[in-house]
Design a protein around this ligand. Structure first.
Ligand code: GCU
Length: 616
């Protein structure tokens, strides 16, 4: 093949002669092609608080092309000048995708039928013009989430990467921007791999793409990177702690104002960090009374603003206390999944989710199995719902792999950094249904320690499994948790409820237990006989039996069945399911309620009557 290339010069045909030694086919033989693009990886330390800030949206139409074999990375498409195909003198395999486009944010799987099951790399390309800003201004690209790994290129130069499919990231553009139009390319790879978090086997659909908002953030040379506003644990709601972290190790004074609580609090900042506490008597936030206070924090030219609720969550023996009052978590699990939008969450979708939870008389949601859109916790603050948020440390994670731990730990810290000022979040979840091995114990205990380091104001839990050897709620990880989560499917995967009775009789816990999953599939509209699988009658009866037994166990302080809506998963291929998990209380149309919805709503209404005001 090479001989042909050498004779071009002899032919004098005016076509470019490749420099000696240049092998145009080198990319066929280099399987280490991706390594350079996993460098310059950003993570939780690079996050910037967007509270009260204006982002310049880059949402809308982008050029788009699928790239199953990562040709763009192998052949370095991003270095090709974006000249039109008609002007080329050597052939290429990519033309900026101008011949097809897609919308950001979106999941490519729901944009075209031929893209439904695509797992691989894809390229998003658009022009970005950044108007000149203030002297010393810094410009960052913010991506709300890209599933799973993203690589960013500006004007043909690789400038950073991120991994983790449900948390935001920032890549600095300052210094890479040209006056006028810039060419921004983002490569997104949604492949499931054994060493990723989640790994390659999950019971939810693997959507891909830039599926949350993308924008530009301008900040002054020294800016507020992160700040925290919360009650001091153990202060009986009478003392507030403020911490601030700047972008630079600068010293000075930050100034805080909390309307109705604190006119102006000076926060000394030394080497880029500051923390103070002060006495205050805020009206405490709760689901029944979701009081939020406007907060404004400034340092130099920079300002952030937020609306913050003040509440305390803690455990005492087998009880969970919200603002000092015993609370029972009347919950429901929910995925980010929509028949039409995939994993995209709009404000309307989130508000519907929470309205349906309120219609259930729920006071709690488990946002499964990954960090949801940041709007979810913000709206839960507003409408008064308690949340469990978790990282997708799901099933058979590569627990012995240090790089897998680094990935999971970064996703966890990104989640906490992003949402730490949301009163609605009361529990951080560090995993789901993981076999009890030494490697898993070390891995998840490490994550629990990271939770406490990042945020001492919330509880830590995980959705654990039954200890089959002793047939009781027992997991070595419990030592690292404040609340034990338990997934059990008596009445479904294990038909007899005798197992649940035996489990509760065998178990002796010194801390609260929350049933973090139980349920049954039911085809909406298919009543079925009592005991008939996939019928609404069976699903409803299961909820009745579960609650009868759960209410008999004093250490069960929460019930969070699986799940609010039917959702996509390729694992479910029976005639009834056809690629959907039907354990929803509402069908995939997010409108058709099943009989079990009414059953649970009535049972939760009774439980709510027994609840003291805080948790009502
Ligand atoms: C598991 C798992 C869920 C799954 C559910 C089910 O508990 O945590 O992600 O969808 O069971 O079997 O429906």
């Amino acid at each position: 093949m090479d001989a042909k290339v050498e004779t071009n010069a002899a032919a004098g045909d005016g076509k470019p002669v490749l420099p000696p030694g240049h092998d145009p086919y080198h990319h066929l033989h280099d399987e280490a092609y991706a390594a350079p693009f996993s460098e310059a990886r950003v993570g939780w330390r690079d996050l910037i608080s967007v509270a009260g800030r204006r982002l310049e949206s880059l949402d809308g139409t982008w050029n788009f092309v699928l790239d199953l074999h990562d040709e763009g990375l192998r052949q370095r498409w991003f270095e090709d000048a974006p000249d039109p195909i008609g002007g080329w003198t050597t052939p290429r395999d990519y033309d900026d995708g101008a011949w097809q486009t897609t919308t950001v944010p979106s999941c490519w799987n729901v944009m075209r039928p031929e893209w439904t099951y695509f797992e691989g790399g894809a390229w998003y390309t658009r022009e970005v013009t950044v108007a000149p800003g203030r002297a010393g201004e810094r410009v960052f690209l913010r991506v709300g989430a890209a599933n799973y790994e993203a690589r960013v290129f500006l004007n043909g130069v690789f400038i950073g990467s991120h991994r983790g499919g449900s948390t935001p990231f920032f890549i600095e553009l300052t210094g890479h921007l040209a006056a006028g139009a810039n060419r921004l390319q983002i490569n997104v790879d949604n492949r499931r791999r054994p060493e990723r978090v989640p790994m390659n086997h999950t019971d939810w659909f693997n959507y891909g793409g830039l599926y949350r908002e993308v924008g530009l953030l301008r900040v002054p040379a020294v800016f507020i990177r992160d700040f925290g506003v919360a009650l001091v644990p153990g202060s009986q709601g009478r003392r507030i702690a403020i911490d601030v972290t700047l972008s630079e190790p600068t010293s000075g004074t930050a100034r805080l104002r909390i309307d109705g609580l604190a006119e102006e609090i000076a926060i000394p900042v030394a080497a880029g960090v500051g923390r103070i506490t002060f006495d205050a008597a805020p009206e405490l936030w709760s689901p029944a009374r979701p009081k939020l206070y406007p907060v404004r924090l400034t340092f130099g030219e920079d300002e952030v603003a937020d609306a913050v609720g003040f509440r305390e969550i803690r455990v005492e023996g087998q009880r969970i206390l919200l603002n000092g009052e015993d609370i029972f978590l009347r919950g429901i699990c929910v995925h980010e999944d929509d028949r039409d939008l995939g994993k995209v969450s709009t404000e309307a979708d989130i508000r519907r989710r929470f309205a349906d939870a309120k219609a259930l008389n729920a006071n709690f949601l488990r946002l499964s199995h990954y960090p949801h859109h940041e709007l979810a916790a913000r709206i839960a603050d507003e409408v008064g719902l308690l949340l469990w948020e978790e990282v997708p440390v799901y099933w058979a994670i590569d627990f012995a792999n240090p790089d897998t731990f680094a990935d999971a730990d970064n996703q966890l810290r990104e989640m906490i950094r992003r949402d730490r000022n949301r009163a609605s979040i009361v529990i951080w979840g560090v995993g789901n249904e993981n076999a009890d091995t030494d490697a898993r114990l070390a891995f998840m205990s490490g994550l629990a320690a990271s939770c406490r380091e990042m945020d001492p104001t919330r509880l830590v839990s995980a959705a654990c499994l039954i200890n089959r050897e002793h047939f009781r709620v027992e997991d070595r990880l419990s030592e690292a948790l404040d609340v034990i989560g338990l997934n059990e499917y008596f009445g479904w995967y294990e038909p007899s409820f005798d197992g649940l009775k035996r489990l509760f009789a065998n178990s002796d816990l010194d801390k609260p237990l929350v049933i973090t999953e139980t349920g049954a599939d039911a085809v909406a509209g298919r009543e079925g006989r009592p005991g008939e699988l996939f019928g609404e009658t069976h699903q409803s009866d299961l909820y009745e039996r579960q609650l009868d037994l759960v209410e008999s166990a004093p250490y069960v302080r929460g019930f969070c069945p699986w799940i609010l809506y039917d959702f996509r998963t390729e694992r479910r291929q029976t005639a009834y399911q056809r690629g959907w998990n039907l354990k929803g209380l509402i069908a995939a149309d997010k409108t058709t309620r099943k009989k079990a919805f009414t059953t649970l709503s009535e049972r939760y209404s009774e439980l709510a009557q027994q609840q003291t005001p805080a948790g009502a």
